[in-house]
Structures are given as structure tokens and as C-alpha cells.
Design a protein around this ligand. Structure first.
Ligand code: SF4
Length: 704
């Protein structure tokens, strides 16, 4: 490769990102200019705009209008419509006309891939045009080709000349543009120089921005989508840094944030919430789209919940005092442009290893005590959790305020669980001052042979000598300690320093209400206090509303895990009923954040006007056959034009290639063309078998 390998993001990028966000522990909304899309303004102090995309045939005016109307009715503020060729681009005029007659004035975006001619037409008809730098003027043939610097510069010039007319037309017509890079559809030229990286995504977009700025056109919005949540987060951060470096201190271009090919149902919602939510928590994002392989109308409530959560945080966040109080090296805990798991020491809770190289563990956190019968709880728990397939609860935490009765209660719970064959270590949470517990609890817990750790609630006022007594007493009974800090973010560093003075090695966590940023403070404070090796437990509050609980767990836990923070996920649960759902959610979030793979990974496009089959139904059929193949990545894509590029790192691909026809892939290689749709699922299963990735289900023979 001529021109030398890219050095990747460096210190200057980290400083630039810090400059944009203000303070990584209490970031502000990224300052941007306002871009108008018809009557809807994006960026600046405007609300986060919700958008979606039609999946009807753009030539079917009635169906497309009806879907846009339904989307507008549920609060979708901008609607994208695919324009794969000149015909569809022309038909946007008719769609606009009928919408106008029906009093629907939601702005439209033409989605363009490979067809600059269609873009030129659309720029005269709709409010915004989306182009993909990977395929606007470059081809994607999976060619390996070496470019020297002269050839590379000539290629950029060729692309710029192809793109310039569209920029001029958009400027003259007052039409906005999204430069929308997708991880899976980078051009061969970019792949050749930067590889399949966040940096390649960013550079690909900035080449197009150069042309826009050259033409004094600034109505630009950017996106950096990937189905891998870590890549998406890193790419948006790097873009924010590189834009800041181009014009330091100036409000920059707004971001359209999304995770592409997220799939459907819970997993689609979780992946979207992790990627979009983690970025919004840091103030990055001005308009969002949740891509689900479902009716697009169902995307809007999910998008609204994610946006509402971020806006509440932005409103409630005081910028004063953050950096003043938390005088820590800002990036002590994580590299914002790469996933590096925070290093921690391998620790044991009973027989369970955590931290170090151990996978991120999953724990259930339940209320115990005088109001709960421990034998009934043991029976309910074992019944509930036996319904889980391929995933398991690994530790049990009970919260006790049982005073004198605590020791007896724990023994009865441990005996009940043992009689039912459950072997989780049992941990208990108490206050440091609970004198009755500290007399009888540790010996009783240790005596059960199931003792895990004692989770000790401490705050800013807990006396240091009390901490030392507690630590010594737990150690005497061979119980581990977790300090559970109940302190606001700015007080965390001082508390950590006192805890480190009282204990050599412990695990540590914050209260379930603590924010993502509080946890960043904790990780950085541990680093500063030379206790960088203490495992961190992420406590998640009991979900009162299942849908909001799913979004909160995804954003908070997923955002931290994508940054490498967290060794245990401890899921709050109101009682034994609901335990299976809590454990299941934890594993789904871990998979969405790419930390633990325990189920089949599906990469399915949301479908659009190019789609060649019923994607929702087809995905459901394929899932029914393959949902037990833990770790296998299967892509289900609606069209051959974009599908193969966008299915990224799938092991097997099922791609619509004609009416009633499917092309099957192994990795990026075609292995069967024009397979009749009725036979395609069987052929896919055969392929998985031939490549040694099939296994029978634990429940018996292969599902039909
Ligand atoms: S892969 Fe799916 S969403 Fe993307 S263009 Fe093709 S059909 Fe549309």
C-alpha cells in the first residue's frame, strides 16, 4: 500500500474530542450549526429529531404515501424513501403531490446508492438527499488493488467531479444532504488504504465534505452507521474529533445517529439503544433512526424513548463543577476510539471467577429478608431459571435488612437452593453499620459453603475504622468484599481513596441509580488511587416498565461495556418471578455490546423499496431454524445491490437477488445463486452444516 499505513486515531483526536464534549465525566451536547430539512430544523438547540424510512416499492405511490402518513401520525418527523433509479426518483414528485393533497407535509429524504443521476433528480423534488460515500461514485467489487499516492489522489479528484454537480444543485435548491457512511459499504479504495476501520469510515465522509466546503455548501448532516455497536460508537466519536480539528471551536455539522442492520424484536431494540443511547449520553446526535426489521411505524416509540432519556439528561446536567471536582486524567479509564477492556485482577466469589480474563459475569439481585420465605424463593428461582436455554445465572445477591434474623435466613436459602441442585454463590448486601449482621452473618454465610461476597453499603460519612473492621471480618470468614458506594459523582474520588486505604483487593460498584458518567468517574478514580485492578460491578435497577427497562439497561450497561468498563452485570429483580427475563436481558445486552456471545447473531436490514421479499417473515422463518446456533452470524438482506456490502462480518448471508430468488453467501463469497425462495432456508441450513457450524438443539432434533 503506497502512502504508508494509517497511524490511526491519536492524542490529537483525543484532545479534540475532549474539546467537543467539554468534560468526559459530564459532557455537554456537541455544539452544531442548524440544518433545515424543509420545515424541520436539525442540530443546535433543536430537539432530537426522529426519523424512519419506508419499506414500500417507491413506484407504488399509494402504498408509499399510506406508509408515510402512518409514520407522520405517530410522530416521525423526517421520512426517507429509496430512489434506486431515475424512475423512482421521478416518482417522488407524485408522492409529494399526493401527500400535499392529503395535508401531510413531513419532509422527505431520497436515499441514493450507486445512482448520481437519480440524486440529481431528487434534489429538485425533496427536502434532503442521502448519499453513501462508499458507492456514490466508487464501485465495490471486493477487489484488492494497490493505489500509489498519485493514483489515489486522481481517484479522489474523479469522485469529486462526479459529486460536485449534486452539491451545486442542493445549494441552489436549498436542499439538505446527509453524507451517510456505512461500515459495510466502504469503497475498495478506502478499504485498501484504511482497512475496515472507523477511520476509513470517517475519511470516506470527509472526502465528500471537502467538495461541499469547496462549493460553500454547508447544509450537511453526517452518519457513521455500523451493525457492530462498538464500531458505530468509535466512528461517530472519531468524526466529531476530526471535524473539530478542521475548525476548532466552531459549531460543526449535525449527526444523524443509528445502528444499521440491527435486526428485529428485543435484539434490534437493544443494539439500537446501545449504539444510539451511548452516543447521545455523550451529547453526540441530533437526529436518530432506530432501524428494525419490522413495520417502520414500530421504530418511532423506541426512538422517542431513547431521545427522551437523552434530552432529560442534557436538561438536568449542570456543567458547573464537573471538571473542578473531578480532577482526574480524563481518559484514564478508556480509549474513546477502540475497545479495550479495563484491566482487572481475577477475583473469586466462592467458586466463581470474575475480572481478569473471565467473561463479564451475570448476577441476579433480589430483595430478601423477613418478608420473603427463603424456601419459597429458592423453589421459585430454580423453576424460573430452568426455562433459560444456553444462558445461566452465575451468582445470586440478596439484599437484607434482617437484623438478628439475617444469619438464619441465609442458611435456609442456601439449604433450599442446595436441595434443588442450584450452585450459585450467594452474596448478601448490608450496611456497614448493621452490627447484628456483622456478628452472625459472615460465619453463617461462610458456613453454608455457598458464600460469595458481602456487599457493603458505604457513603461519604462511613468511618474509616468501620471499613477496616468490616474488611477484616469478611476476610476472616473467607468472604470477598464489594464496596457499594452511595455517593454522587463528584464525591466518588475521595470515597475511593478512603476505601483503597482500608482494603487491598475488593470489587466495587455504585448504586443502581448511578449514571454511566458516574461509572466513568469510578473507573478513573480507581486508576488514580492505584486500585486500577479492582473489578467493577455494574448494578442495574429493577425494571418497572419492561420496555423502558430494556432501553435503560442497553444504554447504561451497553454504553459502559462498549468502553470496556464492567466485570459483572448485576440485574435487579423485584422477586423470583421475573428472574429469567432479567438474566435473559443481561445476556442480550452483553451480546449487543459484543462482550459475550450466547445466541445466534442476526444482521438483518430494515428493508426498503428495494426489498425483494417479506423481510420480517423471512427473518422469522430463518430464526426458527437457526436460533440455537450460538455464535453463528447470519445476515438476512433484502437486495443484492446493497445487501452483500452491508452485511459486514456475517458468517452466512441470505440475500434477495430477484423476485422469488435468493443468493447465498459464505462470508463475502457467493456459493449459490438464484435459489428459489421456497428452498432457500433448507439450502442455508445445508451450508451451515457443510461448514461445520451446525449443531442439534439441546431439546432434540433440528426444528423444522
Ligand atoms: S439491504 Fe435492505 S435496506 Fe439496504 S438497500 Fe437493500 S433492501 Fe434496502
Amino acid at each position: 500500500m503506497a502512502g504508508g499505513p494509517s497511524l490511526g486515531p491519536g492524542e490529537a483526536d483525543v484532545r479534540a474530542l475532549d474539546g467537543v464534549l467539554g468534560d468526559p465525566f459530564r459532557p455537554r451536547r456537541r455544539p452544531t450549526r442548524v440544518v433545515r430539512v424543509g420545515d424541520v430544523a436539525i442540530g443546535g438547540d433543536e430537539p432530537i429529531r426522529l426519523q424512519s424510512m419506508t419499506n414500500t416499492d417507491t413506484m407504488d405511490t399509494a402504498a408509499t404515501v399510506a406508509q408515510i402518513e402512518r409514520l407522520a401520525a405517530v410522530g416521525c418527523e423526517i421520512v426517507r424513501v429509496t430512489a434506486p433509479s431515475i424512475r423512482e426518483a421521478e416518482n417522488l414528485r407524485e408522492i409529494k403531490r399526493v401527500l400535499g393533497e392529503r395535508g401531510v407535509h413531513v419532509p422527505l429524504v431520497a436515499d441514493i446508492h450507486f445512482t448520481p443521476n437519480a440524486a440529481m433528480i431528487a434534489a429538485g423534488l425533496v427536502e434532503k438527499v442521502r448519499i453513501n460515500p462508499g458507492n456514490y461514485a466508487d464501485k465495490k467489487k471486493f477487489e484488492v488493488r494497490e493505489y500509489d499516492d498519485t493514483q489515489y489522489a486522481a481517484e479522489i479528484e474523479r469522485v469529486a467531479e462526479r459529486f460536485r454537480p449534486l452539491v451545486r444543485r442542493c445549494r441552489e435548491n436549498g436542499v439538505a444532504m446527509r453524507i451517510g457512511t456505512n461500515h459495510g459499504s466502504l469503497s475498495d479504495r478506502i478499504l485498501n488504504r484504511f482497512g475496515d476501520t472507523a477511520e476509513g469510515m470517517v475519511e470516506s465522509a470527509l472526502e465528500f465534505l471537502d467538495v461541499c466546503e469547496d462549493e460553500a455548501y454547508r447544509d450537511v448532516v453526517f452518519s457513521m452507521k455500523a451493525s457492530n455497536t462498538q464500531v458505530a460508537i468509535q466512528a461517530y466519536r472519531l468524526l466529531a474529533a476530526r471535524l473539530e480539528r478542521r475548525r476548532p471551536g466552531e459549531p460543526s455539522y449535525p449527526f444523524h445517529v443509528g445502528v444499521t442492520e440491527a435486526g428485529d424484536a428485543e435484539d434490534g431494540r437493544i443494539k439500537s439503544a446501545i449504539g444510539i443511547g451511548a452516543l447521545l449520553e455523550d451529547g453526540l446526535g441530533d437526529t436518530i433512526r432506530v432501524s428494525l426489521t419490522e413495520d417502520p411505524v414500530r421504530e418511532i416509540p423506541v426512538a422517542r424513548a431513547i431521545a427522551a432519556r437523552a434530552e432529560a439528561i442534557w436538561r438536568g446536567r449542570s456543567l458547573e463543577g464537573g471538571s473542578e471536582v473531578v480532577r482526574l486524567r480524563s481518559r484514564a479509564a478508556a480509549d474513546p476510539f477502540a475497545h479495550v477492556r479495563r484491566a482487572s485482577t481475577t477475583t473469586k466469589w466462592g467458586a466463581l471467577e470474575l475480572g481478569g480474563e473471565a467473561p463479564v459475569r451475570v448476577e441476579l439481585d433480589l430483595p430478601g429478608g423477613a418478608d420473603v420465605d427463603p424456601e419459597v424463593m429458592a423453589a421459585q428461582l430454580t423453576t424460573e431459571l430452568s426455562s433459560l436455554r444456553d444462558v445461566a445465572c452465575e451468582s445470586l445477591l440478596v439484599r437484607l435488612d434482617a437484623g438478628d434474623g439475617a444469619a438464619d435466613w441465609l442458611v435456609r436459602l442456601a439449604t433450599g437452593l442446595a436441595s434443588l441442585g442450584a450452585d450459585w454463590p450467594i452474596s448478601v448486601e448490608v450496611a456497614a453499620e448493621d452490627a447484628a449482621f456483622w456478628t452472625h452473618g459472615p460465619p453463617a454465610l461462610a458456613g453454608t459453603g455457598r458464600g460469595g461476597r458481602v456487599v457493603v453499603r458505604v457513603d461519604e460519612s462511613t468511618p474509616v475504622d468501620r471499613l477496616a473492621v468490616v474488611a477484616e471480618r469478611a476476610a476472616r470468614h473467607r468472604l470477598a468484599v464489594e464496596w457499594s458506594l452511595d455517593a454522587p459523582g463528584p464525591a466518588i474520588p475521595a470515597c475511593v481513596a478512603r476505601l483503597v486505604a482500608s482494603t487491598e483487593v475488593a470489587s466495587i460498584g455504585l448504586r443502581p441509580e448511578a449514571t454511566l458518567h458516574d461509572h466513568r468517574v469510578l473507573a478513573a478514580a480507581l486508576h488514580e488511587a492505584s486500585a486500577r485492578d479492582w473489578p467493577i460491578v455494574l448494578h442495574q435497577a429493577v425494571a418497572r416498565d419492561p420496555e423502558l427497562g430494556l432501553i435503560d439497561a442497553s444504554v447504561r450497561l451497553g454504553g459502559l461495556l462498549c468502553d470496556g468498563i464492567g466485570d459483572v452485570v448485576s440485574m435487579g429483580c423485584a422477586g423470583a418471578k421475573g428472574a429469567a427475563a432479567a438474566v435473559d436481558l443481561a445476556y442480550r445486552v452483553l451480546q449487543g455490546a459484543r462482550q459475550r456471545t450466547t445466541r445466534t447473531e442476526y444482521i438483518s436490514c430494515p428493508s426498503c423499496g428495494r426489498t425483494l421479499f417479506d423481510l420480517e417473515e423471512t427473518t422469522a422463518r430463518i430464526k426458527a431454524r437457526t436460533a440455537h446456533l450460538s455464535g453463528v452470524k447470519i445476515a438476512v438482506m433484502g437486495c443484492i445491490v446493497n445487501g452483500p456490502g452491508e452485511m459486514a462480518d456475517a458468517d452466512f448471508g441470505y440475500v434477495g437477488s430477484g423476485v422469488g430468488q435468493v443468493t447465498l453467501y459464505v462470508g463475502q463469497h457467493v456459493v449459490a445463486r438464484a435459489v428459489p425462495e421456497a428452498q432457500a432456508p433448507d439450502r442455508l441450513v445445508e451450508l451451515i452444516r457443510d461448514h461445520g457450524r451446525w449443531r442439534e438443539t439441546s431439546d432434540g432434533p433440528e426444528p423444522a
